[in-house]
Design a protein around this ligand. Structure first.
Ligand code: PMP
Length: 297
């Protein structure tokens, strides 16, 4: 999870903005960029681990879906985008970290309706290292979550940059001494976190996560964890689970590209099981890198 101050060595140095590699501190978009004015854009975050881009194919497939759903054109070919991604990673000497890709509908005089259809979409790519030791510490301690009522729109399956409810929920979590907020639907079932998917492990060792047809983002890490679970011989049930069921579960964890499978040890101030990270969660985390797709950065 982010939110902490970056170490100097983790600060991006060079970023890509609309055709140019620029010093990160000077990197900027136009004031009439629709991403800036309306949140009219989409994004992806890929993990970089041991010099490899993890699950890039699935991330770019989801980017394609998000763009299609919003009728935003690709800013360049998929092949060219992979070249830019690699170049930004290289220029920032990222070995363990993340790469962020954002595409917006582009720059146009402010008007709610779509501008002309041949508008050039904006593209931003940022890469940076993460503090591996700090992540290891989080895994060791586990995370704490709060629950909040779902207040987002019904197209959260699109990875849009319109993230204000997520911002407010995660800020509330931080103020409660927690690292993630779970959105809970009107039936009391957990949807997902502000920037992660939610999982529990039942007493019988079955992994449970909400179906991703609608109402949540189909996390790439979530999808790859299905492959990992199959390899390790764990059963997965795709169904909703209540906050009460999560509090009584054997293990609880979240998944996202930057956290993989991360143990949750407390929900709304109540410890999960013995209050320590669960062994199944840790085994999924351990096996993840070997099973995920790895593209040389
Ligand atoms: N749900 C939400 C709302 C997210 O923002 C994220 C992280 N981008 C996820 C789930 C996890 O998705 P992924 O595994 O692709 O990072």
């Amino acid at each position: 999870m982010r939110g902490e101050t970056l170490r100097e060595s983790d600060m991006p140095r060079i970023s890509y903005v609309n055709g140019r590699y620029v010093a990160h501190r000077d990197a900027s978009v136009h004031i009439e960029d629709r991403g800036f004015q309306f949140g009219d854009g989409v994004y992806e975050v890929c993990e970089i681990s041991r010099g490899f881009i993890v699950d890039m194919t699935r991330h770019l497939d989801r980017l394609d879906r998000s763009l299609t759903e919003l009728s935003i054109a690709w800013p360049m070919t998929r092949k060219a985008l992979t070249v830019v991604i690699r170049e930004v990673i290289r220029r920032n000497r990222v070995v363990d970290g993340l790469v962020y890709v954002q595409v917006t509908r582009g720059v146009a005089s402010r008007d709610f309706v779509f501008p002309r259809s041949d508008l050039q979409p904006s593209l931003v790519v940022i890469a940076r290292n993460v503090d591996v030791a700090a992540v290891a510490k989080k895994v060791e301690n586990g995370l704490k979550v709060i629950t909040v009522p779902e207040n987002r729109w019904d197209r959260v399956d699109i990875k849009s940059t319109g993230l204000l409810p997520n911002v407010l929920a995660k800020q509330k979590a931080k103020e409660a001494g927690c690292q993630e907020a779970w959105f809970v639907d009107a039936d009391g079932k957990v949807k997902e976190g502000g920037s992660s998917n939610a999982w529990i492990v039942t007493k019988d060792g079955v992994l449970v996560t909400r179906p991703a047809d609608h109402g949540i983002l189909r996390g790439i890490t979530r999808t790859t964890l299905f492959d990992v679970a199959a390899k390790l011989g764990y059963k997965i049930e795709e169904r909703g689970f209540s906050v009460a069921e999560a509090k009584a579960a054997r293990e609880v964890f979240l998944s996202s590209a930057t956290t993989i499978a991360m143990p949750i040890v407390e929900i709304d101030g109540q410890p999960v099981a013995n209050g320590h990270p669960g062994t199944i969660t840790l085994s999924l985390r351990q096996a993840f890198f070997d099973i995920a797709e790895k593209s040389p950065a």
